[in-house]
Design a protein around this ligand. Sequence first.
Ligand code: NAD
Length: 322
Amino acid sequence: MAKVYVTRKIPESGINLLREAGHEVKVSDKDGVLTKEELLAELSSESYDAVLCLLTDPINAEIMAAAPQAKIFANYAVGFNNINLADAKAAGVTITNTPGVLTDTVCEFTVALILSVTKRVVEADRFMRAGHYEGWAPELLLGNDLKGKTFGILGAGRIGCGVANAMKNGFGMRVIYYDITRSETLEKQIDCEFRETVEEVLQEADVVSVHVPLLDSTKHLINAERLAMMKPSASLINTSRGPVVDEVALVEALKNGIIRSAGIDVFENEPVMATGLAELDNVTITPHIASASEETRSKMSEIAAQNIIEFLAGRVPPNVVE
Ligand code: NAD
């Protein structure tokens, strides 16, 4: 029997799997993110063999050293920018993530943001609740149509491709994309066009959706200069990671009509938002919930648990991150 530490309460299904596999599981009872000191104290309090951590837990050499027996840290997320992979390698710690299961739900959520900003759904809701509605009017809260417009994807991986497919086949948009790797499969699947640069996508698209991982090379991929290349009528959607978009530049662009609207699920300094963002009507902002469906969060819990179970059984876990 091995000891597993889970850094925050997650859906029970994964915890049950770990227990059914004969492991002892301790789940943090704090209703929130553990501070670094709290996590260090928890990990040093017992000799844990595995840790199930969340994207809100920064994991580095110091944290890993607090649980020297734990040679697997299973991240409850597809992204793993919270983990220092070089430190993990040096400490001989295996890192896993939960890819695949989030794809459909994040795609659906991204479509929800696209519709919200182009049809001004959330803005209209606020308008109604504020008691501003005085009857039907020909030019009240005019949005934009999607059919026949151009949809631009930055990062055509699992989620980017899924959203591209939905916008092409569900809404009749023309799709262009930029990725560091050209995907002929995607091009065949949904008849979309590759662009050689980020700039080309930004200049041409009516809606741009960002789906790159957060890496040194993608930090501020969207900055003031690049926002200025977008059409003034365009919308920007970000369900990837906050630091991929320069949030201060985004606020300025939305305020000054550089772009028309944005749908943002992730922020540079979560849970804090850039000054001014929340005051803008032309942005839909959501608290990093793109994968937050009951079904998906349970599946993520099971996959993270399964990675630990396989590792503790001496096998290679299915979702090792290199
Ligand atoms: P993926 O690895 O399948 O796709 C990422 C794509 O980005 C790849 O095709 C890769 O080649 C491309 N890419 C990497 N660097 C690039 C660059 N500089 N320019 C252009 N393209 C580049 O990942 P995925 O499953 O599609 O997820 C994408 C990201 O979405 C994750 O890394 C995660 O951070 C984020 N995410 C967010 C939520 C949420 O709750 N908001 C949920 C799930 C995933």
